[in-house]
Design a protein around this ligand. Structure first.
Ligand code: G6P
Length: 625
C-alpha cells in the first residue's frame, strides 16, 4: 500500500503533488511527506503524521517551491506511523531523497552491511536502507544515479515502487517498480509518476505502465515538444540489469468527474448509489436481453480451457473473496464444475495442488493485491489458465492473466468496497451462465430466466435504494451495539459475511457473519437483547429454515433486522425491523440483499462519527503481503 506521486516539468510541483496525495490517500493515511528541489538546488523534505491535510498545514509556512518533487502517503509496515518514519527519506549526505511503496524483505542484512560502512539510520524503515544503499553505490562505484538505483535494486528482495531525487541533478527523476504499481504520465515537457493514474488524469491522458524490474529515467532535458509523438526523448526505460526497453504510451480511460463526490457527503454513499448505473455498465455489450444472450469475450476466446476444466479455483481477498464464494454457488449450479474458493494469502503458501487443466479465477477490484498477484503467479507457473475479474484497467493482475473480464465500475474510492463487489458478482454470474450454456449443464429455460432477470437488476437496486432514509433512521437505534451477528444461507451466506465485514470496517463494531444453520453450533450462545442479529432471508432456497432460525433468535430475546422479499408475511411478523427487496432469481438475490447491508453499515458509521471513506488502519489497495 502507500501512495507515491512525483512530478518533473516547468510548473510548481508542490500543488500537483498535494492534490495527487489526496487522490492516493485511499492507499494509506498514517503519515505523508513531500520532497522538493528548489531553484537554489536545495532539497527540502517536509513530513507530518496523519493525513495529507496535516502535511499541508505543516508545510504552509515553508519553502514549497521547485519544479521537481516527490511525495508519499503512508500505510505503515516497518516502524510506527510517526514523522521520522514518514517518507521521503534522505540519504546519509542528504543529497538524495526517496519515496517507496512496498517492502524490502532483506532490509536487515542490507542495513547491517551499511552500518559496517559507517552509515547511520534515523528511522526504523526498510526504505531508508534502500536510499542509503543507492547512495553508497553511487559514491563507491562512481556511477550516475540511474546506475546506482539499478545496482541497488539488484540486491533487493521484496516489492517496491520507488522514486528518487538527486539534488545535484534537478533535471532528472528516477523511478522503478517490482510488485507495487507505477504509472508514468507523459505531458508536454513534463512528466508525472504515481501509484495509479488518479493524480495524473487532469494533466494528461498519455500513460506508460511500468513493468516489474523496470527503471524509468525522466528528464526535462531533450523532451520532444511535439506532444503527439509516441516517442519521447525525455523517457528512458531499462531493466534493473540495464537492458533497454521501448516505452509504450497508452491512452488513459479515466475522467476527472469519476474522482469527485458529486454532491454526496462520502464517496462510499456515492458509490452505493451508483450501483444501478455501474451494473448496467458492467453488463453493457455483454448481456443482451433482447436476444436472450450473454457474450463475454474473455470466455468466448478461451472456451476450450473452460470446457476442459476439471476444477475451478477462485482466489481473492476481502470483499472480493466474498464475491468468489457467491460464484462458487453459481458455477457449481450452472456449470457443474467443482469450485474451490481460496484466500490468496493462504493459497500461495500452502503448497496447493494445481493442475494444467485447472482454471484459476482471480478477483480483485484494484488488480494489485499482493497476495492475489502472487497466487496467480504460482498457478501460472504450474500451467493453470488464469482468468481475472478486475476493475482497474491495466493493473498488474489483469496483465498477468491469460484472459479476464473488467468490471467497468469506474474508480472506487471509499475504502469499504461496494460497487466493485456487486459488479464482481455480476461478472462471475455472467461467466457461470456462459460456461453452463456452452456445456449444456443448465436448461435453456433456466438460462433465459437468469439472463432476463440480470437485465432487470439495475432497476431493482434503484428500488432498494429508495429505502435509504428508513435505514438511516433505524440505524441510529443500533449505534449502542458492540457486537452484531449476520446470518444467511446458500447464495446469501456470503452476503452475511460481506455485511459483517462492511460494519467492522467502517463503524469499528465487531460483527460475525455465519451460515444461519450453524448458529446453533456456537453463536446462539451470544444471543441477547444487546446483540442485534441481521438475517438475510429472501424468499428462495432454504427460506423456511431461515424463518426457523429467526424464531430461535426471538425465543432468546434477540433483536432481528431482516432483509426479505417484497410482500413477505412470515418474517415480517417476527422481526423487529424489516427491509424489503424485489423478487429475483435466487442466484441474483445477493445483488439486492447486500444493498441494505451496505447502507446499514454506512449510516451506523456516520452516526458514530467514524471516518467512513478512510477507516482507521485500513487501505484500499493492499500491495504488501
Ligand atoms: C483491502 C480493501 C478491501 C478489499 C481487499 C481486496 O482489504 O480494504 O475493500 O476487498 O483489499 O482488494 P482487491 O483490490 O484485491 O479486491
Amino acid at each position: 500500500m502507500c501512495g507515491i506521486v512525483g512530478y518533473i516539468g516547468k510548473r510548481n510541483a508542490y500543488p500537483i503533488l498535494i492534490k495527487g496525495l489526496h487522490r492516493l490517500e485511499y492507499r494509506g493515511y498514517d503519515s505523508a511527506g513531500v520532497a522538493l528541489i528548489n531553484a537554489q538546488g536545495q532539497l527540502n523534505i517536509y513530513k507530518a503524521k496523519g493525513k495529507v491535510a496535516e502535511l499541508e498545514a505543516y508545510a504552509s509556512d515553508k519553502d514549497t517551491t521547485g519544479t521537481i518533487g516527490i511525495a508519499h502517503t503512508r500505510w505503515a509496515t516497518h516502524g510506527e506511523p510517526n514523522t521520522v518514519n514518514a517518507h521521503p527519506h534522505y540519504s546519509e549526505s542528504e543529497r538524495l531523497a526517496i519515496i517507496h511503496n512496498g517492502i524490502i524483505e532483506n532490509y536487515a542484512v542490507l542495513k547491517a552491511g551499511l552500518q559496517k560502512e559507517g552509515y547511520s539510520f534515523k528511522s526504523e524503515t526498510d526504505t531508508e536502507v534502500l536510499i542509503q544503499l543507492i547512495e553508497y553505490t553511487q559514491v563507491n562505484k562512481h556511477v550516475d544515479l540511474r546506475t546506482a538505483v539499478q545496482l541497488a535494486l539488484q540486491q533487493v528482495i521484496g516489492a517496491y515502487a520507488i522514486a528518487v531525487l538527486d539534488k545535484d541533478h534537478p533535471d532528472t527523476l528516477i523511478a522503478a517498480r517490482k510488485g507495487s504499481p507505477l504509472v508514468v504520465g507523459v505531458g508536454q515537457e513534463e512528466y508525472f509518476i504515481a501509484s495509479d493514474a488518479t493524480p495524473i488524469v487532469e494533466y494528461t491522458d498519455k500513460v506508460i505502465y511500468i513493468e516489474d524490474e523496470e527503471v524509468v529515467k525522466l528528464s526535462t532535458k531533450g523532451q520532444s515538444t511535439k506532444g503527439q509523438s509516441t516517442k519521447d526523448e525525455g523517457i528512458e526505460i531499462t531493466t534493473i540489469n540495464n537492458v533497454q526497453k521501448t516505452p509504450e504510451i497508452k491512452r488513459l480511460e479515466l475522467s476527472l468527474s469519476q474522482l469527485e463526490k458529486g454532491g454526496y457527503p462520502h464517496f462510499m454513499l456515492k458509490e452505493i448509489f451508483e450501483q444501478p448505473r455501474t451494473l448496467a455498465d458492467s453488463m453493457r455489450g455483454r448481456v443482451n436481453v433482447r436476444q436472450d444472450n450473454i457474450a463475454l469475450s474473455g470466455f468466448i476466446d478461451n472456451k476450450e480451457r473452460f470446457m476442459n476444466a476439471k476444477r475451478i479455483i477462485i482466489t481473492a481477498c476481502g470483499t472480493s473473496w466474498h464475491a468468489g464464494l457467491i460464484a462458487m454457488y453459481a458455477i457449481e449450479e450452472f456449470a457443474q464444475i467443482p469450485v474451490e474458493v481460496e484466500y490468496s494469502s493462504e493459497f500461495r503458501y500452502r503448497k496447493p495442488v494445481i493442475n494444467r487443466d485447472d482454471v484459476v479465477i482471480a478477483i480483485s477490484q484494484s488488480g494489485e493485491t499482493a497476495d492475489t498477484l502472487a497466487a496467480i503467479q504460482l498457478a501460472k507457473e504450474k500451467g493453470a489458465f488464469i482468468f481475472s475479474i478486475c476493475n482497474v484497467i491495466g493493473a498488474s493482475i489483469p496483465r498477468l492473466s491469460n484472459s479476464g473480464c473488467y468490471t467497468h465500475v469506474g474508480p472506487e474510492i471509499g475504502v469499504a468496497s461496494t460497487k466493485a463487489f456487486t459488479a464482481q458478482v455480476v461478472a462471475l454470474t455472467m461467466l457461470a451462465l456462459c460456461i453452463g450454456k456452452e456445456k449444456g449443464t443448465m436448461s435453456e429455460e433456466q438460462y433465459l430466466h437468469v439472463v432476463r432477470a440480470l437485465g432487470q437488476i439495475p432497476d431493482k437496486i434503484e428500488c432498494v435504494l429508495t429505502q435509504n432514509k428508513r435505514i438511516a433512521d433505524f440505524a441510529k437505534t443500533f449505534t449502542y451495539a458492540q457486537n452484531f451477528i449476520y446470518l444467511g444461507r446458500g447464495y446469501n451466506y456470503p452476503v452475511a459475511l460481506e455485511g459483517a465485514l462492511k460494519l467492522k470496517e467502517i463503524s469499528y463494531i465487531h460483527a460475525e457473519g455465519y451460515p444461519a444453520a450453524e448458529m446453533k453450533h456456537g453463536p446462539i450462545a451470544l444471543i441477547s437483547q444487546e446483540m442485534p442479529v441481521v438475517v438475510v432471508a429472501p424468499r428462495c432456497g432454504t427460506y423456511e429454515k431461515v424463518v426457523s432460525n429467526i424464531q430461535e433468535i426471538k425465543a432468546r430475546n434477540g433483536r432481528v433486522i431482516a432483509i426479505v422479499t417484497e410482500g413477505d408475511k412470515m418474517v415480517s411478523k417476527i422481526a423487529d425491523y424489516v427491509i424489503e427487496v424485489p423478487e429475483t432469481e435466487e442466484c441474483l438475490t445477493p445483488l439486492l440483499t447486500v444493498i441494505p447491508l451496505q447502507l446499514l453499515a454506512y449510516h451506523i458509521a456516520v452516526v458514530k462519527g467514524c471516518d467512513v471513506d478512510q477507516p482507521r488502519n485500513l487501505a484500499k489497495s493492499v500491495t504488501v503481503e
